[in-house]
Design a protein around this ligand. Structure first.
Ligand SMILES: Nc1ncnc2c1ncn2[C@@H]1O[C@H](COP(=O)(O)OP(=O)(O)OP(=O)(O)O)[C@@H](O)[C@H]1O
Length: 308
């Protein structure tokens, strides 16, 4: 297997149109071996389309795609065996029994993982004889994940792997993904859970309207900037607080009773805020200094309006 850091996925200037709608509008990205790459983006941003092109299920209208050095649209069997895929839903025939199906998929591979151990790891042992369509939504997802990884792939695509999972299953999934990364696998996943991306991803790629709008490690994207938050009674006169703060600071109340102060958060700024609160008889509850979260960055880049 190629060394960690080597690109497993290379997409250059991908374009995909559905009639008049442009799903991908020049998307360029890399995903390396031994790393978790998280694709984030609002509904309809083009994440699934990009992944399905990598999987060879769809063809791009323009641009180039290399997956483990090959063109997925050429459909080579050898490439398919080296790539694991967990689609957004299903991917397993409804009547197939969980354990039998996993053993069948394992039998197609040269050195698969032990299906029984994998079922146990994902908490599915007692459902091994249950047909796929009778499994709960979360159990179906866990089986799809098992199917994606049982062949010891070099690259896995996981489309929203933890959506709808309970906390235990989510943690089991995260541990499995961390194990894949440690084994040098390239993991490409999509998620709408920003904490998940922050926790799991080495690289985050934020996609909007079919293009990359930002990328980097979670720490690079959230930056070193800090902000101060507290709760207090609604309607404090922030204009007056602002005059006491260093130039370049910002203060806002959103939602009511929740206050946010941004700027160069130093000890003096904290002292100014608490002194101002004290002089106005305000008890600042849950006062804390924090870094911007990935969700803050995501909303800044992609806006707050709902997507169709
Ligand atoms: N077969 C299709 N025919 C027409 N339009 C399509 C088709 N597949 C996808 N689209 C459109 O392409 C755009 C991108 O869809 P895609 O599923 O890639 O988004 P996504 O980022 O995965 O969204 P989500 O977060 O909701 O899963 C959307 O506007 C979608 O409606």
């Amino acid at each position: 297997m190629a060394p960690p850091g080597d690109p497993a996925v290379e997409l250059d200037a991908l374009v995909k149109r559905y009639g008049a709608a442009t799903a991908l509008d020049g998307l360029t990205l890399r995903a390396a071996r031994g790393e978790v790459t998280a694709l984030l983006g609002p509904n309809g941003a083009g994440k699934t389309t990009a992944i399905e092109i990598c999987e060879g299920y769809r063809r791009a209208d323009a641009g180039t795609v290399r997956v483990l050095g090959a063109d997925p649209a050429a459909g080579g069997r050898d490439l398919k065996a080296r790539v694991g895929v967990m689609p957004q839903s299903g991917g397993v025939p409804g009547t197939a029994r969980a354990g039998e199906f996993l053993r069948l998929v394992a039998s197609f591979h040269r050195a698969p993982l032990d299906p029984a151990a994998l079922l146990a790891r994902l908490g599915l042992t007692e459902h091994a004889r249950t047909p796929f369509r009778r499994l709960s939504g979360g159990q179906q997802q866990r089986l799809s994940l098992a199917v994606a990884v049982v062949g010891r792939p070099e690259l896995v695509f996981l489309d929203e792997p933890t959506t709808g999972l309970d906390p235990q299953a989510r943690h089991a999934t995260w541990e499995l993904v961390e194990g894949l990364r440690a084994a040098g696998v390239a993991v490409v996943l999509t998620t709408h859970h920003m904490e998940e991306a922050e926790r799991l991803a080495d690289r985050v790629v934020i996609v909007d309207h079919g293009r990359v709008v930002a990328e980097g490690s979670p720490a690079e994207l959230t930056g070193a900037e800090r902000q101060l938050r507290f709760r207090a009674r609604p309607g404090l006169g922030l204009e007056e607080l602002l005059t006491a703060l260093p130039a370049g600071s910002a203060a806002k109340e959103s939602p009511a009773g929740h206050y946010l102060v941004e700027g160069d958060v130093r000890p003096e700024l904290l002292a100014t805020v608490t002194a101002w609160c004290a002089s106005h008889g305000v008890l600042a509850e849950d006062l804390r200094i924090e870094r911007r979260t990935l969700e803050d960055v995501f909303l800044e880049l992609t806006g707050r309006e709902l997507r169709g």
